[in-house]
Design a protein around this ligand. Structure first.
Ligand code: GLN
Length: 307
């Protein structure tokens, strides 16, 4: 299949939608991003890379980082992790507090904010220090994306630290139920920092290869998780990766995927490739408007959906 031709076609067809929607403004630093940008990359298991638009430009990965932290925690704790965080879709927005109260501080899944904060807490307990935890998260991301200079944007992290009242509330509520071992503010600060990592579409598409290949990166020839864990991570991406729009994403795109409020979406075609699309303006669920359309076009044109 001529993936370059397909990406070029998608770019043309998606142009009227680029800039539609709204950039995330609850993190003031993200509100400054030009919404009229678009990039998309596909990397196959044998390392062939196809890109279009602003695919080399780094952006704030935000909730896409939750895939990396979940993978790390799953490796460390295995099934034990599910005692603290579930694997069911929440049907609620990413920053919702309501369900957490009813369900006694156990978040539905690792991809809503509450779940990701618990996962971050589990990493801090493992490494026994929040700075060492961040270094290890960064190290993991650099390794799977094969780029040693990936970093956190400190302004974005600070901006969220100053305005992240809901996330602070989530952490405090979880702590009140006894489901955080560490100080809640330390947990959210570490969480904000890993959300503020910046990567390009090309780097993020590369970082998905291990999930497309049963846990082993085919280019590095290194196992990052077991085949069973890769299956589970993909399953949770499919059912929970887009919050209360996860059903719609499965319906229209039909691939495991994870979005972030920076406008990025990663997707996995099992046995074939890693994909990333980026366009900063978001739909009402907080997922990239043009990015979602581009992925739908991709699966339509290629027939590469898991269904
Ligand atoms: N850091 C963001 C937050 O906690 C991440 C949310 C997202 O990307 N959906 O609100």
């Amino acid at each position: 299949m001529d993936y370059q031709k397909i990406l070029d076609e998608i770019y043309k067809e998606v142009k009227p939608y680029i800039g539609k929607g709204k950039v995330a403004d609850y993190i003031p630093e993200l509100a400054k991003v030009n919404p009229k940008q678009f990039g998309m990359s596909v990397v196959t298991l044998d390392g062939e890379l196809f890109s279009v638009g602003d695919a080399q430009k780094r952006f704030s990965i935000q909730s896409i980082s939750k895939v990396f932290t979940f993978t790390m925690a799953l490796k460390m704790y295995s099934k034990e992790l599910y005692k603290r965080v579930g694997v069911e879709p929440s049907g609620t927005p990413f920053n919702s507090l309501v369900q957490l109260e009813y369900e006694h501080g156990k978040p539905r899944n690792p991809f809503i904010n509450a779940g990701a904060i618990v996962v971050t807490d589990s990493l801090i307990s493992y490494y026994k220090d929040e700075f060492i935890t961040l270094e290890n998260i960064l190290g993991f991301i650099r390794e799977i994306s094969k780029k040693g200079d990936i970093n956190i944007n400190p302004q974005v992290a600070k901006s969220e630290m100053e305005h992240g009242y809901r996330n602070r509330a989530l952490a405090n509520l979880i702590k009140s139920f006894g489901n955080l071992d560490n100080d809640p503010i330390t947990c959210v600060e570490t969480y904000f920092k890993h959300c503020a990592v910046e990567m390009s579409c090309e780097e993020l598409a590369h970082s998905m290869l291990f999930l497309a290949n049963r846990g082993t990166d085919p280019l590095l020839k290194k196992e990052f998780c077991s085949p069973t864990q890769a299956k589970r991570i993909n399953a949770v991406m499919l059912t929970c990766g887009h919050y209360d729009a996860s059903g719609e994403f499965a319906f229209h795109v039909g691939l495991p995927g994870k979005s972030g409020v920076g406008g990025g979406i990663v997707a996995v075609v099992p046995g074939k490739m890693g994909i990333c699309v980026w366009s900063p303006a978001l739909n009402r669920y907080g997922n990239s408007y043009a990015g979602t359309i581009a992925l739908e076009l991709f699966t339509q044109k290629t027939g590469l959906s898991i269904f």
